[in-house]
Design a protein. Structure first.
Length: 260
């Protein structure tokens, strides 16, 4: 079995900071009776449980690829909430859901125009789309990871692989939603600020998310060296302020599919 780099405990270390964008996205939802909801990239399931209870949904399905995350999520199932292992990159349901929801997952997927087509197609007429995903690829925390991957010996170990940037400009998402038949929409690019203890906390933050892509592709001893080089690079570009104010760009997108 392939190594699963997702660690619910590590991911949950900054649960309070990660929870605010979820709350902001939920504030845009319009609950209705008997909703069928799918949560793409549900992770450890805690926010899926909150979403299900907030909406009083009839049926909520959380999807994720990580066995580690789903093992934690399974403890929260029940009362109409269930979880399943499924690659959200292949999600292609047809008019099955009243709400397609995703919190901090879609930046892992390529070809957003095609992706958004599948997401809207999965909605019933009048259904809602609610998406939150990072757009922080230009921040030093992410650039430093890419720079480290491009340096030897890591470039060789990675076979020249580099992380892609699939996220589009805000205007493009608005155009896509219009073209796909959404009669209402809100597309916002928001900056969240997190006061962390120091730059080493940035490393811990990215270890729980961004760096899983590198951990999956590197042997354990090589990944350990990668982390050391990345930490050094972070301190080169960010210094060693304490506390460190970590800015994080995120998309919050809500739309409603037309009824015609």
């Amino acid at each position: 079995m392939a190594h699963d780099p997702w660690d619910p405990g590590r991911y949950g270390r900054f649960a309070r900071e990660r929870r605010q964008p979820f709350r902001d996205l939920c504030a845009r939802l319009r609950p209705a009776a008997g909703m069928r909801v799918v949560d793409l990239g549900c992770g450890p399931g805690d926010t899926t449980r909150l979403l299900h209870d907030r909406l009083g949904a009839r049926d909520t399905l959380g999807l994720d690829t990580s066995p580690n995350m789903l093992a934690r999520a399974a403890t929260l199932a029940g009362g109409g909430l269930r979880f399943a292992q499924r690659d959200i990159a292949t999600f292609d349901d047809d008019a099955a859901w009243d709400l397609v929801f995703s919190n901090a997952a879609l930046h892992w997927l390529d070809d957003h125009p095609a992706l958004f087509g599948r997401l809207v197609r999965a909605l019933r007429p009048g259904g809602q789309l609610a998406l939150q995903f990072p757009a922080n690829f230009g921040h030093a925390s992410h650039v430093a990871a890419d720079d480290t991957a491009a340096a030897e010996p890591f470039a060789t170990h990675l076979g020249g692989w580099r992380r892609s940037v699939p996220v589009l400009e805000p205007e493009r998402y608005a155009e896509l939603l219009c073209d796909l038949g959404c009669t209402e929409q809100q597309v916002d690019l928001r900056i969240y600020g997190h006061r962390l203890a120091g730059v080493d906390d940035v490393l811990e933050w990215t270890r729980g998310t961004l760096l899983t892509d590198y951990e999956r592709r590197l042997r354990p001893e090589v990944y350990t060296a990668f982390l050391a080089r990345y930490r050094s690079r972070l301190h080169e570009v960010l210094g060693s302020p304490s506390p460190y104010f970590y800015t994080y760009r995120r998309f919050l997108i809500w739309a409603r599919r037309g009824t015609a």
